[in-house]
Design a protein around this ligand. Structure first.
Ligand code: ZN
Length: 781
């Protein structure tokens, strides 16, 4: 400490000298230092973008961008552009043509070409196709977190917000939507030229457009049109559009009322995308939604209905939290997700008065967060991020599901009114700008005497489930706590005997969760938990508790497969339990059945489209049945394929079916070739389809022959991260490992981990999270 005063000024001097040179090294990605340097120097940023898009995904697109900005100091400047030199066709800086110096994913603009004050850079280029998600009849751009720099030259960092104008040259019969409203379109021959209104200031990751053959449903919100773009053809699904709009309208009303700020963007349009890789993405004016989450089947369960509403409310809440006020850097991405999650749960409540919301929150947040937080790959809520190229790996259950639990603690500490006033102050102060988590804590701090900084350090900066002292009674009955509650033998016996007689659904769910966590840590065996789960499933009236109990059966199945299969069969046939529980049991049975008699029963259900009495199956259920039956009945495969194909009337769903089908082949050589094809990025561009295919290749019934896929799938992870979207690395490894339940598989994963001691830590976390059930079962953690 004594030397501190002497060291400190020297350090300041060195930092000041470094800042004067103004030059960050040209390294791949977007480093934190480069982002900081540019945020200081650049202001008044505008992008004028133009893309020309051919109908066929085989033909390349072309693009041109003019970037206008003010520079506070002269010196070299790096534009981010990942496709490299071959994709840059022309560069002019402040009116002077020059050859482009392209290095390490950047176009380096020499200092002598730039001036203090206004500057203008124009680049013509070939965009990379990957972030455009080009399909035969449509496309949509998806740039979060750092893929804007793959699509066009830009300053790809969330704190350099810009106004965007866009012009699209597209096939004449296509339509298009972007952040700004479409202005007059011009036709020439077989092409159409559309210009869009300039956007309000947006970070690069929220710029977006979609184009193609989309149908448009239009609604009116107090004189403002809301358009829903979609490709659905089934009349029963189309009939859900007014309900989808009604929920959007409710969510907007709720957020406007709570925040005191009218919708902060000029329009609310959305696109319902087939085969979308996320649940949703909150681009203002062009929100993207996953088709299978938005259009529900014939008899949706409460869980499916809640999940759709939650998704709509989540993306809508982002318009305020994330879109209007944006994190400065992606280490704080959780600050937008936590509010979207927190408010989605609040907005959903009045729409489902029959649902117990403490139970819903515990199920949506605690149970999902525990899945990652109990693993060796868990992380803190706020994670350090040195380069934007790793930002996608920050996302996960901790960011989405643990953070709302933590936020509820904060809201309870402040009280509802102070919490709301603090958030209103935060929104007003940073509207259309950027903010950090410490900046929010500073504001909230004024509304409470509690020590928020210590609290924040404990819950936000540190990782893992807090472990409480061993309890001799039932712990966390309120379901408001978070963590691992070790139970004594006495407490476990009491819980097993009394869980179904506890009065409140959240008491039953919390107790089940505690039993499950204690089972995973060896305090009781799966065989002991099974009769308790059975009793819950036979007696439980609350759909959320029942569906969680069914989820817990999945782990018990690893240990007692025959008993679990028999239980599911009994539940699916039982006339005494709620239809939703029966349906969920039936769906589980379809996936894991091995009994020949059950297989024959399911075959009759599928063939005649005649479900068991009282069950209502959806078209998607028959599709899943077709795949699971094909796996078990190789001789009937061709019949199954042609009949199931004839039942599918929508072109997008047919394309998906044809894509997935070869992964079911009884011929190992065919499956090997499917697996090899998945190692090529171009063949896995529609990520949900690729994941379905990978999961079927590694189906429990084929796991012995699929052992050899584990190492190449692990080896591919870095490439998956490089070429895929945010959730793909984790989903890829989950799909690979989910069907494996052998000591050989556990040993393969263990030795792969041991052979990669210096693996990139954020990516390693994903593997450790996904491998946890397998490694835990065989004592290889
Ligand atoms: Zn979100």
């Amino acid at each position: 400490m004594k030397h501190f005063p002497f060291v400190f000024p020297c350090l300041i001097l060195l930092l000041a000298l470094a800042a004067c040179t103004n030059v960050s090294p040209v390294e791949s990605g977007v480093s934190r230092n480069l982002a900081r340097e540019r945020a200081v120097r650049i202001s008044g940023l505008r992008y004028e973008l133009a893309f020309s898009i051919p109908a066929s995904p085989e033909e390349p697109c072309s693009g041109e961008v003019t970037i206008r900005f003010n520079l506070s100091s002269k010196g070299q400047l790096q534009l981010d552009f990942r496709p490299g030199a071959k994709a840059v066709h022309g560069l002019s800086v402040n009116g002077r043509e020059m050859s482009a110096d392209v290095r390490n994913e950047h176009i380096v603009i020499p200092g002598k070409a730039l001036k203090k004050g206004p500057n203008e850079i124009t680049v013509s280029f070939t965009p990379d196709d990957a972030p455009l998600n080009r399909r035969p009849e449509f496309l949509y751009s998806l740039l979060v977190p750092d893929r804007a720099r793959t699509l066009f030259p830009c300053f790809d960092q969330p704190d350099l917000k810009a106004r965007f104008t866009l012009a699209l040259d597209i096939p004449e019969e296509w339509v298009a939507v972007s952040n700004g409203a479409a202005l007059e379109g011009r036709r020439s021959g077989e092409r159409k030229h559309i210009r869009f209104e300039e956007s309000v200031p947006l970070p690069t990751y929220l710029f977006s457009f979609a184009a193609g053959r989309w149908d448009i449903a239009s609604f009116d919100r107090d004189g403002q049109p809301v358009h829903i773009y979609h490709r659905e053809t089934d009349p029963e699904k189309l009939a859900q559009l007014p309900e989808i709009y009604r929920q959007i309208d409710c969510a907007l009303d709720w957020m406007e009322d709570y925040t005191g700020i009218a919708m902060p963007f000029p329009k609310y349009d959305c696109v319902i995308v087939p085969g979308f890789q996320f649940g949703g993405m909150e681009h203002p004016g062009a929100i993207l939604f996953n088709e299978s989450r938005m259009f529900l089947g014939e008899a949706p369960t409460d869980v499916e209905k809640l999940s759709r509403t939650d998704l709509i409310c989540h993306e809508t809440a982002h318009l305020w939290f994330g879109d209007a006020v944006t994190m400065e850097w992606f280490d704080d991405v959780w600050t937008k997700e936590v509010f979207a999650g927190h408010f989605a749960a609040q907005i959903t409540r009045p729409m489902f008065p029959e649902i117990d919301f403490r139970t819903m929150d515990f199920r949506n947040f605690n149970i999902r967060a525990y899945e990652e937080d109990r693993t060796a790959g868990t992380t803190s809520i706020r994670q350090r991020l040195d380069n934007l190229q790793d930002a996608g790996l920050i996302y996960g259950n901790i960011v989405y599901d643990k953070s709302p639990v933590v936020m509820r603690m904060l809201a309870d500490t402040l009280g509802a009114d102070a919490f709301r006033m603090g958030l209103q102050e935060y929104l007003h102060q940073y509207l259309y700008g950027n903010a950090t988590w410490p900046a929010l804590i500073d504001i909230l701090d004024q509304y409470t005497d509690a020590d928020l900084k210590t609290w924040s350090h404990q819950w936000v900066e540190e990782k893992g489930m807090p472990e409480y002292p061993e309890s001799d009674a039932l712990p966390n009955l309120s379901a408001l706590g978070y963590g691992y509650y070790p139970m004594s033998g006495n407490a476990i016996a009491t819980a097993l005997a009394s869980v179904t007689s506890l009065e409140k659904p959240y008491e039953r769910l919390s107790t089940l969760a505690n039993l499950y966590e204690n089972m995973l840590r060896g305090r009781l065996t799966p065989k002991h938990l099974l009769p308790c789960l059975e009793e819950v499933l036979r007696k439980e009236k609350d759909a959320l508790v029942a569906s969680s109990a069914l989820g817990y059966l999945g782990e018990v199945w690893r240990h007692c497969p025959d008993e679990v299969e028999e239980l599911l069969h009994g539940l699916a046939w039982s006339g005494d339990i709620p239809a939703q529980v029966r349906l969920s049991a039936f769906r589980n049975l379809v996936h894991l059945h091995r009994d020949a008699g059950t297989d024959e029963e399911l075959w009759q259900v599928w063939l005649r489209q005649r479900p068991w009495p009282g069950l209502l199956l959806s078209a998607e259920d028959y599709n899943t049945l077709a795949c699971e039956l094909a796996l078990r009945r190789p001789v009937d495969m061709e019949q199954i394929r042609s009949l199931q194909r004839s039942r599918i009337t929508n072109d997008d769903r047919l394309a998906r079916f044809d894509y997935v089908w070869p992964s079911l082949s009884p011929d190992k050589a065919v499956r090997d070739s499917v697996f090899m094809s998945l190692l090529e990025p171009g063949n896995r561009a529609t990520e949900p389809w690729a994941l379905e295919s990978l999961r079927l290749l590694n189906h429990p019934l084929r796991q012995q022959e699929a052992l050899e896929y584990i190492v190449p799938a692990l080896d591919e992870m870095q490439e998956i991260q490089r070429t895929g979207d945010i959730f793909f690395p984790k989903n890829w490894i989950v799909a690979t490992l989910s069907g494996h339940d052998s000591s050989e598989a556990a040993a393969i994963v263990r030795s792969w981990l041991d052979a990669h001691p210096d693996y990139p830590p954020l990516l390693l976390n994903k593997i450790l999270q996904a491998a946890d059930p397998l490694l835990r079962h065989f004592g290889q953690r």
